[in-house]
Design a protein around this ligand. Structure first.
Ligand code: BG6
Length: 516
């Protein structure tokens, strides 16, 4: 189905057009710029959601001519844009607004050159001095870039006059202390509402739909609590390994790479109280309350190990293809103890969730790619049909699964009578699928988030205090792991669902992992 013709979408777009802006990307020669940022900007242009005029200024070390940079961006857009094939005439006008400034991020002269160029562009193209700076560099460069932007007079901290906003890529710090230090440095130059900490999972349609599903429908709220929910499973499984990012991953591990940010964000959306409004501060206040209610982890590594299981992939087969072990990946130490799998159990100490366990799993080199939230409801109080269900009423209660990706959708499993002369009972799904209902693929997460930033809407970005609260919890695990290095790595084969200890973690509670 053509998205433009889908009647369900009629009248949905059009009002959200931001003011003319120049979008400056630090780290313009990097992978993210090519794979995500410029293709997203092009797709937004194609959807007529960007203002006119709109400028993109790439900043990177290499000294290359502007035309070369434009050519590279065209190539990347041809390859990665959602809206393809790229239309020549549209690209032509879009690319007239693409510029390039070279220089190192430490050098104050880079910012003087940038400032001069931005002023010229404003004059030539009649843009009003509104600027978004996107930090897509190694995280170690964030403090210096923010500082230099401030020193060069490139940040307008006032609420009047042209706006300045800064988008900061993840990871925002690597533990609580570094996140606090970075927040401090950022706040010396920027107001909090000018700071857009990006977590691309919040830009995914299905992640946003968690809020719509919960709060636009009256039927779930009465059930959404410890009285009716037995437990919740959150899974982010990736079939890929570290894909050439071994060097980065050795510093991070999957707990920092996926759980502290992406998984905690959708944990928050799944469990938070209804916000008073769908507006940045109200939504983020509620998320923060969840993070602050996480049951504290025990103090000793032995006790932590009962709640958190780590793993690392060895060789194996994923989709019939042989995969090397993590320790064989480029940039990875031969005796690395960095985790590529984590399974953990947590509890939220508040009125709604007291006593409900949340089981989280994040992993690389799994049998398939799947991200889902599965709400397992309690079984019916009295089993009228127990004998006829072949044990399923006990083993597989009602499960509501929210599929974040792929095959985006929501499915509710309930029991049904099997046609025939007996009262045999089997589970059946009730399904909603994005693809079927709305047609076409959803926009890329970066499109939505960039657009929101241009509009000054921080609802789908992470606030400084949220980041700190999530690090505070994650730090306990990192410290306990640092104190007791893993001795059994690799402990799962690529293409399997992780180490046996992860099964024991949940089975000890009389439950089992879903195999999505
Ligand atoms: C990134 C992580 O934030 O998210 C990667 O650094 C991971 O390790 C990626 O592969 C997953 O994103 P997506 O959108 O493909 O699920």
């Amino acid at each position: 189905m053509d998205v433009d013709k889908n009647p369900l979408r009629e009248g949905l777009q059009g009002e959200r057009v931001p003011a003319p802006t120049t979008f400056v990307i630090f780290g313009a020669s990097g992978d993210l710029t090519k794979r995500k940022l410029v293709p997203a900007l092009y797709s937004l242009t194609r959807d007529r959601l960007l203002p006119s005029p709109f400028n993109v200024v790439g900043v990177a070390r290499r000294d290359i001519p502007q035309e070369t940079f434009r050519g590279q961006m065209r190539e990347a857009t041809d390859k990665y844009a959602r809206r393809r094939p790229v239309e020549d005439a549209l690209w032509q006008s879009f690319s007239e607004g693409i510029f390039y400034v070279n220089g190192t991020f430490e050098d104050p002269a880079t910012y003087q050159r940038l400032k001069k160029r931005l002023d010229e562009i404003d004059a030539e193209r009649d843009t009003a001095g509104n600027r978004v700076f996107y930090l897509s560099t190694p995280p170690s460069e964030y403090p210096i870039i923010v500082k230099q932007l401030g020193a060069a007079g490139l940040i307008n901290k006032d609420r009047s006059g042209p706006f300045t906003r800064v988008i900061i890529e993840k990871p925002f710090g690597h533990d609580l202390a570094s996140a606090q230090a970075l927040n401090k440095e950022v706040h010396e130059v920027l107001r909090e509402d000018q700071t857009f900490r990006i977590d691309h999972y919040l830009g995914k349609e299905t992640v946003q739909n968690i809020l719509v599903f919960r709060f636009a429908n009256g039927i779930w709220e009465p059930l959404w609590n410890a009285r009716y929910i037995d437990h919740v499973q959150l899974t982010v499984a990736e079939a890929i390994g570290v894909e050439g990012r071994g060097g980065y991953f050795e510093q991070a591990g999957i707990l920092r790479d996926m759980v502290q940010n992406h998984m905690f964000q959708f944990l928050c959306l799944t469990t938070m109280e209804p916000p008073v409004a769908f507006e940045a501060e109200a939504v983020r206040d509620e998320k923060l309350k969840v993070l602050r209610s996480l049951h504290p982890l025990p103090a000793t590594p032995e006790e932590v190990a009962k709640l958190v299981v780590r793993g690392q992939y060895g060789r194996g087969f994923v989709n019939g293809e042989e995969r090397m072990a993590y320790r064989e990946e480029q940039g990875v130490a031969k005796d690395s103890t960095v985790e590529t799998f984590v399974a953990l159990k947590l509890q939220i100490d508040n009125w709604r969730w007291a006593g409900v366990p949340f089981y989280l799993r994040a992993a690389k080199a799994m049998p398939k790619r799947v991200t889902e939230i599965a709400i397992h409801f309690k079984r019916a109080p009295h089993m009228l049909f127990g004998k006829q269900s072949r044990g399923r009423l006990d083993d597989e209660p009602n499960v509501l699964s929210i599929r974040i990706q792929p095959d985006e959708g929501i499915s509710l499993k309930f029991f049904s009578k099997v046609p025939g002369p007996t009262m045999e009972v089997l589970p059946v799904p009730m399904e909603f699928r994005y693809g079927t209902s709305f047609g076409a693929e959803p926009p890329e997460a970066y499109e939505r988030l960039i657009l929101d930033c241009l509009l000054g809407d921080g609802t789908l970005f992470t606030r400084g205090d949220e980041v700190e609260a999530s690090w505070a919890w994650i730090d306990r695990i990192e410290k306990s792991w640092a104190a007791t290095k893993a001795t059994d790595f690799p402990n799962y084969a690529s293409g399997t669902w992780g180490p046996a200890a992860a099964d024991r973690l949940i089975e000890a509670d009389g439950r089992h992992w879903r195999k999505p």
